[in-house]
Design a protein around this ligand. Structure first.
Ligand code: SAH
Length: 220
């Protein structure tokens, strides 16, 4: 579906510009400051393709001691996420309006502790496979920005894309710690802990099963 370009996105993003610089968030991080841990050791979680931000804002609210960064390529979409964070006055979330292909550039001076891939575009056609956020191209980039022993947590309703992702993780040096094709009916599901994304709310309301995995990047 082609979205009509919204006229005032630039001005709306500008009004939330405090949410685009994460240096102050990391400087003000009381937990890490108390422990005298430097920038490289901060616990920072990254969501890639955050959409309108229900997940990242929900997580930032639930875990006030953790820093969250959300990446989204479409300005007309990320602006809603930024406004959500601003309205909730969340101090521990920041946004990047950019492309995951540039992650090494964004995170040149510190490492990420956890990555969330929520309902990423499946790019069904084989010739588009490199665009999938779990293709070897992206997994190699994640390896460069992740700390050792860190996790990538993935949720999707697209079983074929999920099965492709499992194979991709395994053949690119990750370990699959947990996985299920029916998250809501699995032992890993805890309704108190799970924060739903916009897509997830929609699929769950239609009773579509949700696939879930946790992949670990081992430290060797
Ligand atoms: N996570 C949200 C949105 C899922 S749709 C939810 O679960 O509700 C997937 C999102 O990923 C879209 O908003 C799309 O613009 C974004 N996206 C796709 N490829 C991207 C890339 N290379 N870099 C950053 N964002 C990307």
């Amino acid at each position: 579906m082609r979205m009509r370009k919204k006229k005032n996105t630039g001005a709306r993003i500008q009004a939330c510009s405090d949410y685009m610089n994460w240096n102050d968030m990391l400087e003000n991080d009381k937990i890490n400051k108390f422990d005298k841990i430097d920038k490289i050791d901060k616990f920072v979680c990254l969501e890639i393709g955050c959409g309108k931000g229900d997940f990242i804002c929900g997580m930032a609210r639930k875990f006030p001691g953790v820093n969250f960064i959300a990446l989204e390529i479409i300005s007309d979409v990320i602006v809603s996420a930024m406004e959500k964070a601003k309205n909730l006055d969340l101090p521990n979330v920041r946004f990047i309006n950019g492309d995951a292909i540039k992650l090494e550039e964004y995170f040149a001076d510190f490492k990420i502790s956890q990555i969330y891939l929520n309902f990423s575009d499946p790019w069904h056609k084989r010739y588009q496979a490199n665009k999938r956020l779990t293709s070897p191209v992206f997994l190699e980039i994640y390896k460069k920005i992740l700390k050792p022993d860190s996790k990538i947590i993935m949720k999707t309703d697209k079983k074929e894309f999920f099965d492709y992702s499992v194979k991709s993780f395994l053949s690119n040096g990750f370990i699959i710690d947990r996985m299920t094709h029916d998250f809501y009916n699995s032992d890993f599901f805890d309704p108190e802990e799970n924060i739903q994304t916009e897509y997830e709310k929609n699929f769950v309301s239609q009773n579509f099963p949700i696939c879930y995995l946790e992949a670990i990047l081992p430290s060797i």
